[in-house]
Ligand binder design. Sequence first.
Ligand SMILES: [Zn+2]
Length: 496
Amino acid sequence: MLRVKRFLLPFLIVGVFVAGWILNGCVDYKNEDKIVEYTISAQLNQDYTINAKQQVLYTNNSQNFLNYVKFNLYPNAFKKDAKHSPINEVDKDNAFVNGPSYGEITISNLKVGETSLPVILEGQDDNVLSVPVALEPTEQVMISFDFFLVLPNIRFRYGYTDKSINLGQWYPMVAVLQNGHFVTEPYFSLGDPFLLEVANYDIKLTTPPDYVLASSTSFERKLIYQQNEAVLQFAMKGLRLREFAICLSNQFKVASKQVDGVNLLYYYYQDEDFQKSLETATLALLTFNELYGLYPYNQLSVVQTTLINGGMEYAGLVMIADNLDRSAHLEVIVHEIAHQWWYAVVGNDQINHAWLDEGLAEYSTTIFFEKHTQFGISRKDRVAKAITTVCVFADSNGYGFGGKTIILDKPLNQFANGSEYVALVYAMGQTMFDSLRTFVGEKVFFDALRVFYKDNMFDLVTPDYLIGAFEYSANRDLQTFFDGWLYGNNYLFVTN
Ligand SMILES: [Zn+2]
């Protein structure tokens, strides 16, 4: 049996303490800033390539002169000899359904305003497009280019299989300007290696005529003729979305429901009890609306698709792996929907502070099952399971009394492997929130999350924002509590 013992230092009450909110702005971005406007016109070809034209209206929201704007080109991580492959060695067999397969993105016809410029790629995998500009603060520029995508044959967030096509992080994405630098971290095979700001989207996608499309927003669908061939044209507009994802399949069936004014859609191709899936998604939307504040978009697409495992969150769209057992399937639906509050609407740096959105999404899943007893999953059981996961990890990796310190708040590249990532970010993350709830009480805990959500909608936050929200609600210093959990300063595991 494993047992966990915690030693927490005495807390120092210092009254209302919200300095974290004021002092620790993480990006050169504020709610009143002009956000990026994307206009993309794309065509999906029969051979799983995409030809597209993209225009980006970019505003210099910083206080400084900008001489370039950078874009992350995530599809180049899927190239044959990529140094930062999205796929771990251990996942390769699961991911590549028909043997190794590669993808990439090529940029051409780059223009800034009316001026044509050479394409400059940076990064070890040509994963960054650097565009020269000359922008004073508040000035805007129109950047345009063509891009060509090759999709890999892979069960992953970007790629295709015989069941479906997943378009996550598929277009050149403007990098976040943080402390005067554009964040262009390479891809990483653990977690979700992204830092993204909300933007507005106007997207047209033409596809072969047999596809059903799921997207981050509602869309218009038209059958048109191109060179005597019938094609489908989808027109989509999305406001203040953290990113724009699309799934396509010629096998999708769709079930839908209006929930609190939101068009909730469930796309699936193998689900004998699709009503239960839709009902679970409905309950999740209702529950988190009530607990945290209203979901701000008019549509939410829950999409069963081919992924290696689990699910993947996008604004307005969540991908659910088609290889889950029934109870995991429902849990993943709830977890990914919780990400609409924690990641999509309130954004965070998923590269350096993955526990923030994952811990909150995982603990929101526990709260969901606690409130809906018909699923037969209790808070106590889920938290106990999480504690056991952390203990097993700690026990087998030399983190014990007098041993190494567990650091939860660290960048993705400092996690040794997938098991450490899961044990810490998900299991320890949710255990921390459960412990916090017990410590500060129900009212303070949920008031804090409501304030945190309302005050940071469509923004990017650092951990200090979250800590500040809890300190404000609890009317006390909680730094010691969080330091203990995030940096192991006073958190000891004892196993026997
Ligand atoms: Zn998650």
